[in-house]
Design a protein around this ligand. Sequence first.
Ligand code: KG4
Ligand code: ZN
Length: 333
Amino acid sequence: MTILGLETSCDETSASVVRDGRLVLSNIIASQADVHAPFGGVVPELAARKHIESVTFIVDEALRHAGIELDGIDAYAAANGPGLAGALLVGLNYAKALSFVYNKPLVGVNHIEGHVCANFLYEADKEGASDLTPPFLSLVVSGGHTLLIVVDDSDTYRIIGSTRDDAAGEAFDKVARVLGLPYPGGPEIDRLAENGLPDAVSFPRAKVEGLNFSFSGLKTAVLQFMSKGGGVPIQDVAASFRQAVVDVLVERAMAASEQEGLSRVALAGGVACNLGLRRKMAEACEKKGLSLFIPPPIYCTDNAAMIASRGYFMIQAGRADGLGLNAFPGRIR
Ligand code: KG4
Ligand code: ZN
């Protein structure tokens, strides 16, 4: 089954052709980062308008790269939440129109579940098709979410931990702003942290109940430290902050895998690009004899291949949608 996926939930316009939920035939992404950078964050109205300008071209490119025509597509999958309402509607309505004209199934995909499915993707010309199968634990760390999810089977996702305030990526972006770094700040902090001392500043590791997270206190601690003059090189602040985030993410993920008796851990979301997180999670998993799965960076940040993959498993489970499908900006489940 060959699926065309569409992702327009935030500031990436993406279209992708994926076969049987795993083999990526194309994955085209147009980032709007330069449109939003002057504002220090995503401007919803601009995002929606930019998606409208780009979507036709991006879909055409995805089909061309896959070497396939629209009549060779078996179903359409579009992210329909969570995300920005106006932005989501662009991809969703595009998929609806194609589904109507070509009379092929349409499925609305939860963007977060899409992130998890990035771990299933592979490309024909690259080594290492992911052999990940449920059950497994997924840590989804993005600009909007920090979630521990148990994937029991290909269609059952259980949230067992979440953030009480800021998402991990949001904390990276906000701290980057405090440090005077450009948007999006996560990659900038990560780059600086590679040359900094992680124990230069002792930032707090929030302890919240259960398997939950909190990052707003840490963000405030960095803000206070800098407003008192800082006094250590910026790369040391970046490294100490990164270490504080990573320590909590790894500790909670290990506790979750133990609680649920899961031997496979899969990272997902933009923050899964973080080099500090990748290293520390690999060390912790090795120590506990767990298998760790991390998608290549291009499938960690927002992309339509992950949406097409999740769409495939939903259609297999008989969960296609009708043309009345709406967008759910605040949707988590
Ligand atoms: O998954 P994603 O592309 O979009 C959302 O669904 O939110 O994640 C974007 C987030 C941003 O907050 C960005 O700063 C963060 O992922 N990010 C990183 C890194 N690369 C991207 N955070 C830390 N280190 C990185 N290397
Ligand atoms: Zn995302």
